[in-house]
Design a protein around this ligand. Structure first.
Ligand SMILES: Cc1ncc(COP(=O)(O)O)c(C=O)c1O
Length: 429
């Protein structure tokens, strides 16, 4: 006999106590000692030296030495601002990007008085849909931002020719895609500039931090000058015409702290194990989710490698569970002891920054922002409404039993669908 739903007073299907996803994992003793030692050696690194240099050089190795320049920043958002600035994004320019992703992939362009132009996503890989890019290109379009969403690479063989045809720059936002590959080639090695967030939730993390990578010395110089005045610019700028700005840079200080660089270097060392763990756990999870009729597991194309695999967001097919709302499903699953939620990021066109008619940043300038609200994004909206956020499991020994219990919980909810529907009627959930 199956125990009653936990939401209705039964025993929860998941007996293993939460939290189920502990991330980032605790530091090793060596990492803690490195941090302690740095405390008394140098707590502000102005040039490219010490742990900053160590991490940046190690990151080149991580990208298999396919990249000439790596520049660290205090966040992925800062690195993205530097990337847009580096490729010359200017007032009035339009930047094509996906409608459903973390906003910081595109929001920094507003500071350059440019405008994101949103494009719907692909239902499978959740990245920008290349078949919908060309219809959004105008004479003002200057760049395409590609986000390899949740670690799944975007369809680069379709995107790069469009960029070439229209002479557009390509910015790769690899914040979810450390170590991901498209047809064997590493994400971050396709575009003019790529950025990796190293924020604490990422598979490769510094705590707070980001790294910009490029093969262009001009983009390197411009990105460096935007966020690294004095020593770093003095020593690193290649172009003699830009070198003269070393004292001031271009006005900002966006450098990473040495402590974050130490954390990042250790995270890089552990990355192969994290990747292996995530692939083992999440492929198993996908396999088992096929037993749950109302869940569409995440899609993984045959020709990609998910790398660090940032997030695990299957879709809930409400019509296959009698129309029970996602909110009620989540409540029932939480009561069963699962760690589950709706992802927090909405379609970007719904956010005030994206649908204001004029820039709130430059109110006196009155530049029209061509608000994004006139365009519909059916796939982005569908994913926003259907996605479930589940833990990105990575430790086979610890997480395999949890995955099994999650499958039990899903099945239990399906078994008691009618009871849930009754509850929905009585509570208008
Ligand atoms: C796709 C994407 N781009 C950019 C960022 C911003 O990175 P950060 O939080 O390091 O500023 C994030 C952060 O989650 C992200 O998911």
């Amino acid at each position: 006999m199956i125990e009653q739903l936990a939401l209705l007073g039964g025993k929860p299907a998941v007996s293993i106590p939460r939290p189920h996803e502990i991330w980032p994992p605790p530091a090793s003793q060596v990492e803690l000692e490195d941090i302690a030692e740095q405390r008394n050696r140098d707590i502000s690194i102005k040039g490219k030296s010490g742990p900053i240099k160590d991490f940046e050089e190690a990151f080149k190795g991580f990208l298999e030495d396919k990249i000439k320049f790596t520049v660290s920043f205090n966040s992925g958002t800062s690195a993205l601002l530097a990337a847009y600035f580096a490729v010359g994004i200017d007032a009035g320019d339009e930047i094509i990007g996906p409608c459903l992703t973390f906003h910081a992939a595109l929001s920094p362009v507003y500071l350059l008085r440019a405008v994101p132009v949103l494009v719907d996503i692909d239902i499978n890989n959740r990245c920008i849909d290349p078949t919908k890019i060309e219809e959004r290109i105008t004479s003002k379009t200057k760049a395409i931002t590609v986000v390899h969403q949740w670690g799944h690479p975007a369809e680069m063989d379709a995107i790069m020719p469009i960029a070439q045809k229209y002479g557009l720059k390509v910015i790769e936002d690899c914040s979810h895609a450390h170590g991901s590959r498209y047809k064997g080639r590493l994400c971050g090695t396709f575009g003019d500039v790529a950025v990796f967030s190293l924020q604490a939730n990422k598979a490769l993390f510094a705590g707070e931090g980001g790294i910009l990578v490029t093969n262009s010395s001009m983009y390197h110089d411009r990105a460096t000058l935007l966020g690294h005045y004095r020593d770093r610019s003095k020593d690193e700028i290649v172009d003699p015409n830009l070198q003269k700005y070393w004292v001031t840079g271009f006005g900002l200080k966006l450098r990473m702290s040495p402590f974050n660089a130490i954390v990042a270097k250790h995270s890089l060392n552990h990355f192969p194990l994290v990747k292996l763990g995530r692939h083992t756990c999440l492929k198993y999870f996908i396999q088992r989710l096929k037993e749950v009729e109302f869940i569409e597991p995440p899609f993984i194309a045959d020709n990609v490698d998910m790398g660090g695999w940032y997030g695990f967001k299957p879709l809930y097919k409400q019509e296959r569970l009698g129309g029970i709302s996602r909110n009620l499903l989540i409540a029932a699953l939480k009561a069963e002891g699962m760690e589950v939620d709706a992802p927090s990021a909405p379609v970007l066109s719904t956010l005030p920054l994206y649908n204001d008619e004029y820039s709130p940043l430059f109110p006196l300038h009155r530049q029209s922002l061509s608000p994004q609200t006139q365009v519909n994004f059916p796939i982005g909206t569908q994913v926003e409404n259907e996605a479930l956020s589940l833990p990105t499991f990575y430790d086979w020994e610890v997480h395999k039993p949890i995955i099994d219990q999650y499958i039990d919980a899903f099945k239990k909810v399906a078994h008691f669908k009618d009871a849930l529907l009754e509850l929905a009627d009585s509570r208008t959930l």
